[in-house]
Ligand binder design. Structure first.
Ligand SMILES: C[S@@+](CC[C@H](N)C(=O)[O-])C[C@H]1O[C@@H](n2cnc3c(N)ncnc32)[C@H](O)[C@@H]1O
Length: 312
């Protein structure tokens, strides 16, 4: 039975225009019951609706902003900003050393939510002044809140409501945090194909590592850290839906992209690894990236090393 996250079901947008669509509560409850998740169905049954049974969009927005605020606290505890810079720093060193011309370069965070990653990068200026920071989300309420927070802190970054792959200006590097497991089946391959087909030079997408400990770890962590029942539910389901190393490397192996996985499952302590990225670079960037990473380049594997490790 498919595992469903409530937050994926209670909002709907037209993917090209990002125009919001009405969502009937009864339809969401039916989907959750069909997936065998009675507890999630009960949570949704408590959400307010109008006379036609359509979920109140303002109540849904408030709920999602509060859940994402708790998610931001998890990102802080997992030091997601530092982890991003650990790889993006060397990646931009590699890009600068091979680019025929100087920046500015554009970093686009796909599905930025409240924009924590972009705001952290802006606040620390960790990537340098030649990297323009842009967060994009299909959800107007989340990206609106990201923009408000960035303005309150007077940060040099911007937030766009829409589809990250339909921006008028090309991205140099795409990133995301906690988004990959939302793409299932062919949608995962399409996600990587969209980036390979764009002028982007690289991507770096962090998501939950599918270790055997991930579901139990997520249960303990979300119970301890999240007050909102929807956030707790989705946090645990997201760990259960985490993609395996093999699935990610296979999906990211599209023409024109060299897929690399940082900190694969077998090579790390499962108690410490919660999130790890799938990286994709244009082939000419692999050697300069490895050189800029120095000793940490040993933590990178390509599909051939993973297949070899699987045979051993
Ligand atoms: C789990 S949430 C946000 C996670 C956020 N990065 C964080 O760490 O808090 C995933 C988001 O991805 C957004 N999303 C999915 N596909 C997208 C796309 N192609 N362009 C922009 N946003 C997208 C959804 O609207 C949703 O808000």
């Amino acid at each position: 039975m498919p595992l469903l996250e409530i937050s994926d079901l209670i909002t709907a947008v037209e993917p090209r225009s990002a125009h919001r669509l009405p969502v009937r509560r009864a339809d969401v409850i039916r989907q959750l019951r069909e997936s065998g998740d009675e507890r999630a169905a009960r949570l949704v049954a408590e959400l307010p609706v109008d006379q036609d049974g359509v979920l109140d969009p303002h109540a849904v927005d408030r709920l999602l902003i509060s859940v994402h605020t708790e998610l931001q606290r998890l990102n802080e505890e997992l030091r997601i900003g530092h982890r991003l810079v650990h790889l993006l720093g060397p990646l931009f060193t590699a890009i600068r050393s091979t680019a025929g011309q100087q920046g500015p370069y554009r970093l686009v965070d796909v599905g930025c939510g409240l924009g924590y990653a972009i705001r952290w990068l802006a606040a620390t200026n960790a990537l340098g002044a030649d990297v323009e920071l842009v967060g994009v989300d299909l959800d107007a309420a989340l990206v609106g809140e990201a923009d408000r927070l960035a303005r309150a802190e007077d940060l040099d970054c911007r937030f766009v409501h829409g589809n990250a792959f339909d921006l008028p200006e090309a991205a140099t590097v795409y990133i995301s945090t906690g988004v990959l497991h939302h793409f299932r089946g062919p949608a995962l391959a399409e996600f990587f194909q969209a980036q390979a087909a764009s002028p982007a030079l690289a991507f770096c997408h962090f998501d939950i590592a599918a270790t055997r400990l991930a579901p139990i770890g997520a249960r303990i962590f979300h119970r301890a850290r999240m007050r909102n029942p929807l956030g707790r539910h989705d946090g645990v389901v997201s760990a259960l839906r985490a993609h395996s190393d093999e699935t990610l490397l296979r999906a990211a192996a599209v023409p024109g992209i060299r897929p690399l996985l940082y900190e694969p499952r077998g090579a790390v302590n499962p108690f410490c690894t919660t999130l790890r990225p799938i990286i994709g670079v244009r082939p000419h960037l692999e050697a300069p990236l490895r050189s800029a990473l120095g000793r940490d380049a040993r933590r990178i594997v390509g599909p051939e090393q993973l297949a070899e490790a699987g045979r051993r």
